[in-house]
Write a protein that binds this ligand. Structure first.
Ligand code: AMP
Length: 408
């Protein structure tokens, strides 16, 4: 089955056309037939980049004013006789949509129906910057491909197995019941994917494992997966909580916000921007939100860059320790995301000192594990430390397929 996976943001549509089947899932041989992105939608200089499997990447600049036009353009390219990968749109069997917030309504992926759309709309209050754009993409795609099944795959759904002790805040309980103020967690598809891959790599069943998965990208979160279920994760009501991130502050005493708003005379909007865009690695180092640049500056002796990297790694280490405690142990620690997959230095710093709980990193294995699946702990170490490149699109395609086949 060919599944078109769409990830629609406010001004972008990222996509992959993935060939998958139950047999291909079993053997991990699903194929990405083409991938691309349309960015700067709403302008006369939108950029459509495209790469077919085994082919060259190309980019085009053109006026694309809305998501519907962007998706039409994507289908046109996929079916283009010269560089396309299918002859006609009818070869697309299903569409998988990334939807950021499923609130408490969705604990797994679902096929899109009117009732589902209404419930996703209700969740928009919890993710006003994401869900409306995800839905806009869905509506556009539904018009263009009306006869195929469309599936919604939620960032939050995987964490719906968290127990109340992990998700209820220390606020008046009525705020939870009245407004849904609780921890939801994000990056669910990524944590789920690397957790699943680790079972194949290690030959272990999910029922037998206690995993800690570290998704370290521009946004970053850690997840405790106990016997196949997410039991805690570091992002909360929004993706702002938890680890230090590229430009987000992560954990913070909430009183600081009111104090700073007062001292700096900030509006609510300005304070939100400060916490989301001007904080984290960027805010501390003053250099960049990109860990590569922060580490390069640190190597040149920049003290604030060193501090930013130290805080990032220290907080990550604290979460790893906390989640081992939450599960009464850990047998597998997994790194993924741009930083987790590509930075031996961050992995080594976060794990240093965790030998007491069985976490050991082999320096030579760690140095060579860049962007590929690898075990970076020594053979026979109590905790298997793995690097696993994430693949959220693949999970979306597989969920769409399994929903269509009736096996999810
Ligand atoms: P993602 O959000 O998962 O795409 O990750 C993007 C982030 O990964 C970038 O902002 C960088 O901070 C980080 N990154 C990518 N490559 C490296 C690297 N070689 N070393 C350190 N960080 C990296």
């Amino acid at each position: 089955m060919k599944v078109l996976v769409l990830n629609c943001g406010s001004s972008s549509v990222k996509y992959q056309l993935i060939e998958t089947s139950l047999a291909q899932i079993e053997s991990n041989t699903d194929r990405v037939i083409a991938r691309g992105a349309v960015e700067r939608i709403g302008t006369s200089s939108a950029i459509h980049s495209y790469r077919p499997e085994g082919g060259e990447k190309s980019s085009e600049v053109k006026e694309i004013l809305e998501h519907r036009v962007a998706i039409t353009e994507i289908i046109r390219t996929l079916t283009d006789p010269r560089r396309g990968v299918i002859r006609e749109a009818r070869e697309i069997d299903a569409v998988g949509h990334r939807v950021v917030h499923g609130g408490e309504k969705f604990a797994r992926s679902v096929l899109m129906r009117d009732e589902v759309v209404r419930q996703v709309e209700e969740c928009s209050e919890l993710a006003p910057l994401h869900n409306p754009h995800n839905l806009r993409g869905y509506r556009a795609a539904r018009k263009i491909l009306p006869d195929v099944p469309h599936a919604a795959v939620f960032d939050t759904a995987y964490h719906q197995t968290m127990p109340p002790a992990a998700y209820v805040y220390g606020l008046p309980y009525v705020l939870y019941t009245r407004h849904g103020i609780r921890r939801y967690g994000f990056h669910g598809t990524s944590h789920r994917f690397v957790g699943w891959r680790s079972q194949s790599i290690l030959g272990r069943r999910r029922e037998d494992s206690r995993l800690i998965t570290c998704h370290l990208g521009n946004g970053a979160s850690v997840c405790a997966i106990d016997h196949g279920r997410s039991v805690d994760t570091s992002m909360g009501f929004t993706p702002l909580e938890g680890l230090l991130m590229g430009s987000r502050c992560g954990d913070l005493d909430p009183s600081v916000i009111f104090h700073v708003m007062h001292k700096e005379d900030l509006t609510e909007q300005q304070a939100t921007t400060l916490l989301n865009k001007h904080s984290g690695l960027y805010g501390i180092s003053g250099v960049s939100n990109d860990m590569r640049e922060v580490l390069a500056e640190e190597a040149k002796g920049n003290e604030r860059a060193r501090l930013a990297a130290d805080i990032f790694c220290y907080r990550l280490k604290k979460y790893i320790g906390a989640y081992a405690a939450a599960m009464a142990g850990v047998d597998t620690l997994i790194f993924t995301g741009g930083i987790g997959e590509n930075s031996p230095a961050v992995r080594a710093r976060a794990c240093a000192g965790l030998e007491f709980m069985g976490v050991h990193v082999d320096a030579a294995r760690n140095e060579t594990a860049i962007g590929t699946e690898a075990r970076i702990s020594p053979d026979g170490a109590p905790v298997a430390v793995l690097v696993i490149p994430t693949n959220e699109e693949l999970i979306i395609a597989r969920d769409a397929l399994r929903l269509v086949e009736g096996v999810l």
